[in-house]
Structures are given as C-alpha cells and as structure tokens.
Write a protein that binds this ligand. Structure first.
Ligand code: HEM
Length: 239
C-alpha cells in the first residue's frame, strides 16, 4: 500500500505541473498534450498507473476487512476519538472511495474523450489532443463542475495528510522525533498538491486556460503536422 500510494503521489505531482501550465498558457499545455497523446509510451504509462490504482484499492479493501474482522461487530471499544488520533486516519477507506468515484467522473470527462477517443478513432466536436479546449469546455463559467472538483480536492487533502506519513512509517523511515516531522511534511505536501489544484480550477472557472485559444489550436495543429510529416517521410500515411 505504501509504495503504490507514494507512486500515486508522484503521478499527482506530474499531473499538477502539467495542469498549472494550462493556467498560464493553453498553447504550452496543448504542446505537452500532443506530445503525450495516444503515443505508445503514454498508453504504457496509463496501464502502469491503472495497475497501481488497482493494487492500492485492493490492499486498502483487504486491510479494512481484516480490521473489521479483528474487531467484530464492535468496531470501536471507545467511540470517542483519542486526542492524538487524526480524523482522517479513521476514515481512510471512505475518503479513498470518494476520491476514486471522482476519478471515474474525471476519466470520463477527459481520458475517455482524449486518449480513448484517439485510440478508438472516435470523432467528437473537440480535437482529442486539444486539452485546453476541453478544460475551457468543462470549467469555464461552470459552477457545478468547479464545486464538485473542490469537494474532490478536499477529500484528497484529508486522504493525503494521513496517507503520506503513514506510507513513510510503513517503510520504516521514522522514529519518535521523525514521526512528528513527517506528519508536518505530510500536511505541507497535501496542502501544496490540493491547494494548487483548487487554485487552478478556480482560475479555469473564472477565465479558462491562459492565453488566446486560437494559439492553443495552432500549437496542437503544428505538433500534429510535424508528426504527420515525419510519418510521411518514413513512407507511412497520416490522417
Ligand atoms: C484541475 C484539475 C485537473 C485537470 C484540469 C485535469 C485534467 C486532465 C486531463 C486534460 C487529462 C487527460 C490528458 C492527460 O492524460 O494528461 C487528465 C487525465 C487524468 N487525470 Fe486529471 N486533471 C485534474 C486533476 C486530477 C486529479 C486531482 C487526479 C487524481 C486524484 C487526476 C487524475 C487523472 C488520471 C488518473 C488521468 C488519466 C491519466 C492517463 O491517461 O494516464 N486528475 N486529467
């Protein structure tokens, strides 16, 4: 659980840096989107990521069942929470489940209309490589999606504040002095990740991606065009 959790935090940092780019420049974001797109390395990355999410969830499920079995019907001998026990630590499974449900919605909005659409050759009203346009479509002026995402980031924040230091503890990198420090680092990491995701979501709601949208389409077009030229030089075709 700890290793899969730490891997997912690394993915979040990568994903966050990509999305922060979009707040400044939709064109830069689209260049990155087109470079990843449905290329083989991006598809392999998606499979690896999916495997880690499944491992993380299955272990969490088994651990929760084991805990319930060990405690029988009386889940807690004393129902009041001791002062030094975080609320998040007692609700990790439920928090994780909330995060996962929102991920399913998120994958439908973006992954399904971008990578999947490209692989399956599905044509929609937005070019599957035009991530900037998708962000504007879902967030700009849309209070419902924005609030749903902010709820998602709140659940993720609670999950990470406990998850990060708990993973470090499982790996054995702690002692009585360091445990307090890791708990503090955990709060900082969770706040940076979820805080920045929340800020950019609000930016997308208020004014959409950074820069001029036609520049985003140009960026997307020029990357597609150079990939097309390279394919033709090698004797291949291109749609
Ligand atoms: C403002 C917030 C966010 C935006 C605008 C956003 C945007 C996107 C976009 C455009 C894609 C498809 C292109 C790509 O693969 O990069 C994507 C994929 C994805 N997002 Fe997000 N995202 C946000 C937050 C999150 C968060 C908080 C999580 C996880 C908790 C997440 C998990 C994922 C996953 C798992 C994928 C599929 C990645 C893959 O295909 O390998 N996203 N997101």
């Amino acid at each position: 659980m700890s290793l899969s959790g730490l891997f997912l935090i690394l993915f979040l940092l990568f994903h966050l840096s990509m999305n922060v780019t979009a707040a400044f420049s939709g064109a830069a974001y689209n260049t990155v989107c087109s470079l990843l797109g449905a290329n083989w390395y991006a598809v392999v990355g998606t499979f690896v990521l999916a495997a880690f999410v499944i491992i993380h969830f299955v272990y969490a499920f088994m651990l929760t069942l084991q805990n319930r079995k060990a405690r029988g019907n009386d889940r807690y001998l004393i129902s009041a929470r001791p002062k030094n026990v975080e609320w998040a630590s007692q609700n990790m499974f439920v928090l994780g489940l909330i995060v996962l449900l929102f991920i399913i919605l998120h994958l439908y909005q973006f992954w399904y209309h971008m990578m999947f659409a490209e692989l399956a050759g599905v044509e929609g009203s937005i070019n599957p490589q035009d991530g900037a346009q998708f962000i504007n479509y879902y967030f700009k002026g849309n209070i419902i999606v924005t609030v749903l995402y902010l709820i998602w980031f709140t659940a993720l924040w609670f999950h990470l504040t406990h998850g990060f230091w708990s993973a470090i503890q499982t790996l054995g990198w702690n002692n009585t002095i360091w445990i307090k420090r890791w708990q503090c680092v955990s709060q900082i990491v969770a706040t940076i990740i979820c805080g920045l995701f929340a800020v950019i979501t609000i930016v997308f709601f208020v004014k959409g991606v950074g820069g001029d949208l036609s520049q985003c389409q140009d960026a997307c077009h020029s990357v597609c065009q150079s990939a097309c030229d390279a394919a033709q030089q090698m004797g291949g075709g291109c749609k």
